[in-house]
Design a protein around this ligand. Structure first.
Ligand code: C2E
Ligand code: MG
Ligand code: MG
Length: 713
């Protein structure tokens, strides 16, 4: 394998730097040590030579001095002939000349000059005096030994003199040499310290450079790793790798090549993802409308059926077929037909909520997969129908195609499902069958596949229609159920709504109030109830028997939450002339807790006018002391479900006792509803409940019967 240039350089550079630095430091150290060595060894050599000359001088002069003594002694004793003496003299003259040279060279030496100039001069002077005197003494010795002795005695003085000088010089020289040695050592040490500092600085420099290079390499490697992980996990076509693009532009070596390769790889990958997306689009989406096609819908259906069975909610599959589309296609051509399909799809798309799926399943056929809120099957069916009807009404409009207007309607078949018992193919087939039923039934309508759902839906639709006209047709009635105190005296009545249906007879509120609430019909119905009840109150005021009775009217949550509720009540009171302090409004917890602040405000406004409030069905909801304390209530009504079992069920008895205690604590009157037996009444009385409503006393009755009953009391 061939090593990359940049990487190699990056790894070699630190090594090379270390090598160069070591060589430089080595050369510098060697050079400085060598020059110091040469310098000090030259000086030392010179010093040694001076010492050597000095010792030769000492030796030669001592020996010569001895010979002079011997010659002079021999001459005095006449042991030498004249010739011998002359020879000795000549020899001594020669030797003295040699020694003089030695003295001159000593005097010329640096060491001696540095040591003590005076001593050297003294040495030269006393030696030259000595030489002169010795020559004179040996010259005259043959002729006049006594004069020779005199000269010799003077020479001896000079000898002694320069002996003193040479002694001093020897000492000085030794000291000087030792000093030089010391200096040389300290210079060596200095050089070592210098070399050490240089090496340290060099090492730090190299370390910094190595660190910088390593950092650069590691940041490149990190960028590459990041890019690789992005490439492995990202599936987006917008895959930006700015660090790698920068690396490619700034690095020419291996890193540049890696960056180029990565970018190339990225581009390939993006192309592949785009191709896959395009493939996916072709396989799962409709080319004309861009909507999911039948295949994708089938997959989603399978998934939704699984999810439905897990969380037990319903899904609805709506099959939409544009009515008489074929005619438009035939008359205006396919292109116009396509245009129409696109604007049709756009219209529906806007009607769906997030999470619902619209698909094109055929030429002019679409399907919608709806996720319905958790709840009963009937509620799910209603919601699906609501959406379908909404689509029918919104889609039914004039479409402009190529300058021509076309009125379109749609027929919708619905299949409701909540588990995986049916395959996605079966679900689609059944929705389609339902669509045919809608077509057969006359187009522009909605049909469920399941006939029982359809029956139920039809029944509700019928009921809703009938309920709508019930007010106009004066089919609503009010019944009155009297309320009693502990002495069985009537203290008031509750107005209860009935529907006098032409075919079905008297319909219970339990059967139509929920539908009235759902459809909003409860608002006009409630208004009618209030007007009727207040008219009765106004009549009661004229009669001695009924003047003190209070009339309770039920108010539904939706009605109470109307912003104009307070105004409406006050207006009715005003119109009918009923006394506000005889009117009691029965609210449920759901009406109050939706927006407790608002409820308190409304209740206070009406209470200021004398209207009183009762909390209906108490004990079935939150029944918290916390909110009860804040509400301006006059009465709480123990729900009949507790009263029913009060004798048998100790738990219910305890609940009732608690409610009564709560009422007493808050100074709120407590009334029990659904009292059917004397036993129940007695127990309630023993717990402290002093007001009752129930079959034991009176059933809900039409006004004439109610009045008749009152008269018998
Ligand atoms: P609610 O307000 O709790 O009315 C009491 C219900 O208990 C009435 O049923 C009444 O006939 C029934 N009842 C009274 N005494 C006894 C008894 O001793 N035994 C048994 N088993 N039942 C007894 P009803 O008239 O069918 O009304 C049912 C519900 O419909 C009412 O419950 C109330 O929530 C609602 N409702 C009735 N009229 C109206 C109205 O005008 N407006 C509104 N918003 N709701 C109404
Ligand atoms: Mg009530
Ligand atoms: Mg009740």
């Amino acid at each position: 394998m061939r090593a990359g240039k940049t990487v190699l350089l990056m790894f070699m550079l630190p090594a090379f730097l270390v090598l160069v630095l070591s060589l430089l430091i080595g050369l510098f150290s060697l050079n400085s040590l060598k020059s110091q060595y040469v310098e000090s060894s030259d000086v030392q050599e010179e010093d040694l030579q001076t010492l050597h000359h000095e010792s030769i001088f000492k030796r030669d002069i001592s020996e010569l001095h001895g010979r002079v003594v011997a010659v002079l002694d021999g001459a005095r004793k006449h042991q030498f002939t004249d010739i011998q003496l002359y020879r000795e003299h000549s020899q001594l003259v020669n030797d003295l000349a040699v020694i003089e040279q030695l003295v001159d060279s000593l005097a010329g030496s640096n060491l001696l000059r540095e040591v003590n100039h005076n001593s050297v001069q003294g040495l030269q002077q006393s030696f030259s005096a000595y030489r002169r005197l010795v020559i004179m003494a040996t010259e005259i010795a043959a002729i006049d030994p006594d004069t020779a002795d005199t000269f010799f005695a003077q020479a001896q003085d000079s000898f002694n003199e320069f002996s003193v000088f040479t002694g001093r010089i020897s000492m000085l020289l030794t000291e000087r040499t030792m000093l030089r040695e010391k200096q040389a050592r300290s210079r060596h040490e200095g050089a070592f310290v210098q070399i050490f500092i240089f090496s340290l600085l060099g090492a730090i420099l190299v370390l910094l450079m190595v660190f910088a290079i390593a950092y650069r390499i590691s940041s490149h490697v990190r960028d590459i790793a990041d890019a690789l992980s992005k490439l492995s996990y990202e599936t987006e076509t917008e895959l930006r790798l700015p660090a790698i693009e920068h690396l490619k532009n700034t690095s020419r070596g291996e890193f540049g090549r890696i960056a180029s390769a990565l970018l190339g790889f990225r581009d390939n990958m993006v192309r592949r993802i785009q191709a896959e997306q395009e493939n996916h689009r072709l396989i799962f989406y409709d080319a004309l409308t861009g909507l999911p096609n039948r295949r994708l819908l089938q997959e989603q259906l399978q998934y939704s059926a699984g999810a439905s069975s897990r969380v037990s909610n319903y899904h609805a599959l709506l099959w939409l077929d544009i009515d008489r589309f074929k005619t438009i296609n035939d008359i205006r051509g396919h292109q116009a037909g396509d245009q129409l399909l696109v604007s049709f799809a756009d219209t529906i798309r806007l009607l769906l909520k997030e999470g619902d799926m619209l698909a094109r399943v055929g030429g002019d056929e679409f399907a919608i997969l709806l996720e319905l809120p958790q709840g009963l099957k009937s509620d799910a069916a209603l919601e699906a129908e609501r959406v379908a009807l909404d689509i029918c009404s919104r889609v039914a409009k004039v479409y402009e195609v190529e300058g021509h207007s076309h009125y379109l309607t749609v027929s919708i078949g619905i299949e409701l499902f909540s588990d995986k018992t049916l395959s996605s193919e079966d679900l689609l087939n059944q929705a389609e069958v339902a669509k045919y039923q809608a077509k057969d039934a006359g187009r522009n309508r909605v049909c469920f596949y399941d006939p029982s759902i359809q029956v139920e839906i039809n029944r509700r639709a019928e009921l809703e229609n009938e309920l709508r006209s019930a007010i106009e047709r004066r089919e609503l009635r009010l019944f009155y159920q009297l309320q009693y105190d502990q002495s069985a005296r009537p203290v008031g009545a509750e107005a209860l709504l009935r529907w006098q249906h032409t075919k079905r007879g008297l319909v219970s509120p339990a059967d139509f109030i929920p539908l009235a609430e759902e459809t909003g019909l409860i608002v006009p119905m409630g208004e009618w109830v209030l007007v009727t009840a207040c008219e009765l109150l106004a009549q009661w005021q004229q009669d001695e028997l009924t003047r003190d009775l209070r009339l309770a009217v039920n108010v539904s949550a939706k009605q109470f939450l109307q912003p104009a509720f307070v105004d409406m009540v006050l207006q009715i009171l005003h119109q009918t002339g009923a006394r506000a302090d005889r009117l009691k409004l029965e609210l449920t917890e759901s009406a109050v807790l939706e927006d407790i602040e608002q409820a308190i405000q409304k209740m206070k406004l009406l209470r200021d006018q004398g209207v009183s409030f009762s909390m209906d069905d108490f004990g079935t909801g939150y029944s918290s002391l916390q909110y009860l304390k804040r509400l301006p209530l006059d009465q709480i009504k123990i729900d009949q479900s507790f009263v029913r079992d009060i004798v048998e069920d100790p738990d219910d008895a305890v609940i009732i006792q608690t409610i009564i205690t709560m009422g007493k604590a808050l100074s709120i009157e407590v009334i029990a509803e659904g009292v059917e037996t004397a036993e129940q009444r007695d127990l309630l009385l023993s717990y402290g409940c002093l007001h009752y409503q129930g079959y034991l006393f009176a059933r809900p009755l039409p006004i004439t019967e109610c009045m008749a009953l009152l008269k018998t009391e």
